[in-house]
Design a protein around this ligand. Structure first.
Ligand code: ADP
Ligand code: MG
Length: 354
């Protein structure tokens, strides 16, 4: 089922009567059966958006649709959502089985049926053997699976996950996120996955919605947003190592950095922000651009990360190159820049200049 947010706004009034616009005129469509990553820095309004979809918070303006149904004024328990939080929120005195069955008791599903459904969900999330344990006898990853099973047992129309992996250590985080992807595929349930971690969002999502200061900044499949950032925020938020940023200018359709032309653009003469992805540098004897290598790190068998200490002040930038070049600190490299890894942004607005 498709979820549609139309012009959703949420304003919080603080104790001192000042207002925080947590979400601002947000339009989002979550396609049926997809896993959409709601991504952005801490405080940008992700949880607020999720809780409005869940019905736990009421928007100050705008409408929320589940399919054709306007659910803006529908109570949370009547929306058919399953919600999973960062901190699992399991009942500590109950067993895994009781935790998973709990939502079914609330809606008076007969016990024999509830037992069967709880076991099915536990099997689906891979904890079918652990039904008699208490939460404290489980690892963080297992606890989070119980929370997911509990969210799914009512067969919700929508699964909402708020930073579900943040409390897990690195290895479990990776494993559990693959598990979530698998569960989502198997159930085909429309899912919104909130995270501030771009790598996590990029790896798990069919589509990402990138937010900043309560506003939508870009939407698309992860690779597309990485390849075609529409603004400086989007360019900077995605990518490890991050995009390299410089001040420059456009002169007669040329992109000028440090007085040298490094590319071409359709933009008119103006001051600009230049973004170059780390993989955008090509070693090239005829290259106009010179870099002094400060450090070299091995990323994988075939690639090295070069950290370059430019002659410019306060700018460290990073290039990724084939390790066969055997680059070492102190080397002076001549490079050219791949046109599809070079981005030019309006200096004031940060919007991409095409
Ligand atoms: P995120 O989940 O992206 O980290 P939130 O949606 O939790 O961000 O918060 C968005 C903004 O709204 C933040 O500035 C936060 O401080 C503010 N906010 C969230 N909840 C409340 C609340 N109940 N009262 C006042 N301000 C809030
Ligand atoms: Mg949050």
């Amino acid at each position: 089922m498709e979820i549609r947010l139309e012009n959703i706004t949420k304003i919080f009034v603080q104790k001192d009567k000042s207002e925080v616009v947590a979400v601002k005129s947000l339009d989002i469509t979550i396609p049926t059966g997809k896993l959409v990553g709601l991504l952005g820095p801490s405080g940008c309004g992700k949880s607020t958006t999720l809780y409005m979809i869940a019905g736990l918070l009421k928007p100050n303006g705008g409408r929320i649709f589940f399919g054709e149904e306007d659910v803006t004024d529908t109570a949370p328990e009547d929306r058919g959502i399953g919600l999973v939080f960062q901190n699992y929120a399991l009942y500590p005195h109950m067993t895994v089985r009781q935790n998973i069955m709990f939502p079914l008791e609330n809606i008076k599903v007969p016990k024999p049926e509830a037992l069967v459904r709880a076991q099915e969900m536990a099997n689906l999330v891979g904890i079918g053997e652990l039904m008699d344990r208490k939460p404290k006898e489980l690892s963080g990853g297992q606890q989070q699976r119980v929370a997911i099973a509990r969210a799914l047992v009512k067969k919700p129309r929508v699964l909402l996950l708020d930073e579900p992996l943040s409390n897990l250590d690195a290895r479990l985080r990776l494993q559990t996120r693959e598990e979530i992807k698998r569960i989502q595929r198997e159930t085909g349930i429309t899912t919104i996955f909130v995270t501030h971690d771009q790598e996590e969002a990029m790896s798990i999502s069919d589509e990402i919605v990138l937010m900043d200061f309560g506003e939508k900044r870009q939407v698309g499949i992860p690779q597309y947003v990485y390849d075609y950032p529409e603004n400086l925020f989007s360019a900077k938020f995605l990518g490890t190592p991050p995009i390299n940023i410089f001040e420059g200018e456009i002169k007669t359709k040329k992109v000028i950095l440090d007085g040298k032309a490094i590319g071409i653009t359709k933009g008119t003469n103006q001051k600009i922000v230049i973004g170059i992805r780390p993989e955008g540098f090509v070693l090239d004897e005829k290259g106009t651009f010179e870099l002094v290598v400060d450090m070299v790190e091995t990323i994988s068998r075939d690639t090295s990360l070069i950290i370059i200490d430019p002659t410019r002040e306060n700018e460290t930038f990073r290039a990724i190159v084939d390790s066969k070049h055997r680059i070492k600190p102190g080397d002076v490299l001549k490079v050219s820049i791949k046109t599809d890894k070079l981005f030019v942004f309006n200096f004031e607005t940060g919007e991409l200049i095409k």
